[in-house]
Design a protein around this ligand. Structure first.
Ligand SMILES: *[C@@H]1O[C@H](CO)[C@@H](O)[C@H](O)[C@H]1NC(C)=O
Ligand SMILES: *[C@@H]1O[C@H](CO)[C@@H](O)[C@H](O)[C@H]1NC(C)=O
Ligand SMILES: *[C@@H]1O[C@H](CO)[C@@H](O)[C@H](O)[C@H]1NC(C)=O
Ligand SMILES: *[C@@H]1O[C@H](CO)[C@@H](O)[C@H](O)[C@H]1NC(C)=O
Length: 437
């Protein structure tokens, strides 16, 4: 009998890897969205166009299905339905973003749009009435076009613009909102204009984030008692083999992804390997100095320590193999990193080609982040699965969520301080260049 029980146990352990442990009582469960992707009402009630509205209207063909986000999920009007869905799911938190051009139509804080202000007041009130706590992303892709025209994140004044905008939000909503995110996925925000500009943009974003954190810390924390973080994103990077070269290559990739923003914020300055490799690549490419802009000592101190918890958006895993130094030519982020990255063909895929189902990866990532950044509390601020057939009977997504949660729970059993889990997304939405596909 005992023997058979033992066999059964071994069977369960090896075949059914789902953790049966419960999450702690105060664990946060949420769903996430972003204003531009769901709200619609792009030109209503005093809202001006964002840079995404403009891009979307001028060149619809950059969107895979030639669609716009003009109506999208119509959440601006149907927010009560959204919140009823959240309540039905039983989440404790909703992570959403506030549309900057809805609150500040010309981008600056000298004109505040009362109808926009009222909308988010009603919205937050409705959430609270349903016992759902708001988590607010201050900036999620929709910069007012008027500021895009002034150079966007390449204008050094963007530090002031966003800090002023954040102050408006803290004043308006800070009594009700206890979790703030400054800039969603800074890596994705900067990486599209070529690698030279990307590093310059990233440096500005770090200063913007730090400036908002300091503002909160100095003037709001004592009375509002909330927390401020920045959602960093990317994959787990698994070395192809246990050779020293592959392990080092995977570490390099981790530093060029999570360390890109995590190192300045948690440790101070860019990661050493970024400084070293970009300087070396820049020399080979004939630049007079490194394409990676330096921080001054003051900037390093200003940015260090500006995160109240670690916010991680993550979906998948890549395999990393060491490769020979790429030839010098046009600079690219790939040659700056200098490793070979791929995903295994046998991994199950999603509608997004990059999103492979690798639940084991999130456990390794959480353990790595926890050790690398000196044991922070970690919120998984985005995780989820995309499909393209619109079926509600979606076992692959169900399995994805179950297996990722199970691995998160296991990481917690190994001591990682995970405080919550937020699914991207609540509803099918406008997925930037992928439109509604
Ligand atoms: C999108 O628009 C372009 C240019 O007008 C056209 O060639 C293409 O077929 C359209 N694609 C879809 C999916 O409608
Ligand atoms: C940067 O923004 C400021 C306003 O904050 C503006 O006066 C200045 O002209 C902008 N710079 C560029 C290069 O557009
Ligand atoms: C606008 O920003 C300026 C400069 O940071 C600040 O002094 C002022 O109080 C802000 N106004 C509002 C309404 O937040
Ligand atoms: C690397 O070593 C670890 C620990 O011994 C082992 O679990 C893992 O399977 C090895 N990976 C490869 C690709 O051999």
């Amino acid at each position: 009998m005992l023997y058979r029980k033992l066999l059964l146990l071994i069977f369960i352990e090896t075949c059914v890897a789902t953790s049966n442990s419960r999450f702690p009582k105060n664990f946060m469960f949420g769903c996430a969205t972003a204003a531009f992707q769901i709200e619609g009402a792009w030109n209503e009630d005093g809202k001006t166009p964002s840079v995404w509205d403009t891009k979307n209207h001028q060149i619809p063909s950059v969107i895979r299905d030639n669609q716009t986000a003009d109506i999208s999920c119509d959440s601006y009007h149907k927010y009560k339905e959204d919140i009823a869905l959240l309540a039905q799911i039983g989440v404790t938190h909703y992570r959403f973003s506030i549309s900057w051009p809805r609150i500040l139509p010309n981008g600056f804080n000298d004109t505040i749009n009362q109808l926009g202000v009222d909308h988010y007041r009603k919205f937050i009130k409705e959430l609270k009435a349903n016992n759902i706590e708001p988590m607010v992303t201050i900036y999620h892709g929709d910069m007012p076009q008027s500021l895009g025209d002034l150079g966007g994140f390449y204008n050094a004044s963007s530090v002031q613009w966003l800090t002023d905008y954040a102050r408006v939000l803290f004043d308006l909503y800070g009594d009700d909102v206890k979790i703030w995110f400054t800039i969603n996925e800074p890596y994705e925000t900067c990486i599209w204009d070529g690698v030279v500009k990307a590093y310059e943009c990233s440096k500005n974003l770090l200063k913007i984030h730090a400036s908002i954190w300091h503002l909160y810390d100095r003037e709001y924390r004592a009375k509002q008692a909330g927390a401020v973080s920045i959602p960093l994103n990317l994959n787990w990077y698994e070395p192809e083999t246990n050779s020293t070269a592959d392990i080092e290559a995977a570490n390099t990739k981790l530093q060029f992804s999570w360390g890109f923003f995590g190192h300045p914020i948690y440790k101070g300055d860019w990661p050493e390997v970024m400084k070293r490799r970009i300087a070396m690549r820049s020399r080979g490419e004939g630049f007079e100095k490194s394409r990676l802009p330096e921080f001054t000592e003051e900037e390093i101190e200003f940015i260090r320590g500006t995160s109240d918890f670690f916010s991680a958006n993550t979906y998948t895993t890549s395999i990393i193999r060491a490769e020979a130094e790429p030839p010098f030519g046009e600079p690219t982020i790939e040659s700056d990193v200098g490793v070979f990255e791929y995903q295994r063909p046998e991994w199950q895929g999603a509608a997004s080609s990059w999103l492979k189902v690798t639940p084991w990866g999130i456990k390794k990532l959480l353990v790595w982040l926890y050790n690398e950044y000196d044991k922070p509390q970690i919120l998984v601020s985005e995780n989820g699965y995309s499909d393209s057939d619109g079926r509600l009977d979606d076992p692959i997504r169900v399995n994805y969520l179950r297996d990722y949660l199970s691995n998160i729970r296991e990481a917690m059993e190994e001591g990682v301080d995970v405080i919550g889990y937020v699914v991207w997304t609540l509803i099918d939405n406008f997925e930037w260049n992928a439109g509604y596909t």
